[in-house]
Design a protein around this ligand. Structure first.
Ligand code: HEC
Ligand code: HEC
Length: 382
């Protein structure tokens, strides 16, 4: 290569890096006179959400395929998920511009909250523990009582909820239209700048579906025979997959979850304790206390635990399963000594040793994916 060409290329690269070539920022129209709003900082070109995917073993997993998640009709585009990222982190979606989705769904905690009763616009604590948000492609039904079918039908609900974001949904499209950045974001996502509730829901759903979590120490262990696990983590893994504990019969497969809801014996009478779960919807006593079988991925990041956040740490959860499951009339049969037969049997008493309890807690921590919790692709652009 001629020396002059070399000098030229070096100078060009230096200039490119100097002006931030390849990672420039999106410019927004000027805010209206007197309008004081925070503007999102977004990369141009957008982050490649459409390229993010689960690894091969997830895509080929027959158990996960059974859950039908891949039948979700939503296609994730880079511009659609970018719009969703801004919406998710934007306080403008709330009536008084004080609450965003991230207010309760915190990225550092796998998009769950650190307190049992999250508070939104009204300051009244919510009665149920905030759920973490990841691998939602596998969830057909949303909320602890599975009352919303499909993400698209769920995402607008917190915006309109008087205790969460308190926004009059009928006014939301016009409000977003008045902000300098949304018309461009909707145009990039949908081809024209029109804003309506369907498009808001679609943007949020695309973003949420892009949040995938499969990079934990447990996942590394699957590829290297758990060579990096401590002795205690190996003991805990043994307890989790051991036939008599049956943990993996409900928190099952690569996602450590079930799309079904079960009764795990926290109460004898859930209605009297304040929340009957699915039973409150169906009125059927056999559904009292039936709650979503949450994924145990990232469980080390999402304390407190259970639908009402009653347990403040994983040790308390493990002690509960070992010693304190209650004989609810429809307690799941997996909690009986032989694990089969009708529901409502006397609960098993695992009487785990101290070593097994510590090990089980340590094992549950290996399911944490700390790449997702810091990935800028999912973080606030404000
Ligand atoms: C004030 C706190 C709060 C805010 C704000 C909030 N959420 Fe939630 N979110 C919760 C709680 C609590 C639950 C569980 C409620 C239940 O099961 O009844 C939940 C559940 C969910 C679920 C169901 C997850 C699953 O696995 O079933 C999704 C999805 C979700 N929220 C998305 C959002 C989006 C999108 C926004 C913003 C538009 C938002 N949330 C704003 C507290 C909040
Ligand atoms: C019969 C099904 C079933 C079995 C067996 C089971 N679980 Fe659960 N698990 C559930 C359900 C349902 C919930 C949510 C219950 C609620 O909140 O009311 C839950 C909740 C949890 C939570 C709290 C998650 C959170 O984010 O709040 C942890 C941790 C957990 N289980 C661990 C275990 C361990 C460890 C075992 C084995 C000792 C086990 N589970 C056995 C169904 C089961």
């Amino acid at each position: 290569m001629a020396r002059s060409t070399q000098v030229f290329i070096t100078a060009f690269l230096a200039l490119a890096v100097g002006i931030g070539w390849g990672c420039s920022k999106v410019e927004w129209p000027e805010p209206a006179a007197g309008q004081h709003v925070a503007l999102p900082t977004l990369p141009a070109p957008p982050y490649p959400y459409s390229d993010l995917n689960f690894p091969e073993q997830w895509l080929n997993d027959p158990a996960l395929a059974l859950f039908g998640g891949f039948g979700d009709p939503l296609t994730i585009t880079d511009a659609g998920a970018t719009l969703g990222r801004v919406l998710f982190h934007d306080v403008q979606l709330s009536a008084d511009n004080s609450v965003s989705c991230e207010n309760c769904h915190k990225q550092a905690h796998a998009f769950a909250d650190v307190k049992a009763g999250s508070t939104g616009i009204s300051g009244t604590p919510l009665s149920r523990n905030t759920l973490g948000l990841f691998n939602l492609r596998y969830q057909r039904r949303m909320f602890w009582d599975l009352r919303a079918v499909g993400l698209i039908n769920q995402v607008l609900q917190p915006i309109g909820h008087p205790d969460e974001m308190g926004m009059d949904l009928a006014e939301l499209p016009a409000k977003l239209d008045s902000l300098p950045y949304y018309p461009d974001l909707f145009a990039a996502a949908f081809g024209d700048p029109n804003i309506d509730l369907d498009r808001i829901a679609e943007g949020l759903a695309q973003f949420l579906l892009s949040i995938r979590s499969y990079q934990s120490r447990y996942d590394a262990g699957l590829t290297n025979g758990f060579a990096d696990f401590t002795a205690s983590e190996l003991i805990g893994k043994g307890v989790f997959f051991r036939g008599d504990t049956r943990c993996n019969q409900c928190h099952s497969g690569l996602n450590f979850f079930s799309t079904q809801a079960f009764i795990n014996g926290l109460e004898m009478d859930y209605g009297a304790a304040g929340d009957a779960g699915i039973g409150a919807i169906t009125g059927n006593p056999s559904d009292d206390g039936r709650f979503k079988t949450v994924s145990l991925r990232n469980v080390g990041l999402t304390a407190p635990y259970m639908h009402d956040g009653r347990f403040s740490d994983l040790r308390a959860v493990v002690d509960f399963y070992s010693d304190n499951i209650l004989q609810h009339p429809y307690l799941d049969e997996r909690f009986s000594d032989n694990g089969i037969g009708p529901p409502g049997q006397e609960p098993y008493r695992l009487e785990l040793t101290e070593e097994e309890r510590v090990g089980l807690v340590d094992f549950l921590h290996t399911l944490s994916d700390t790449s997702m919790t810091v990935d800028p692709v999912f973080s606030s652009p404000f």
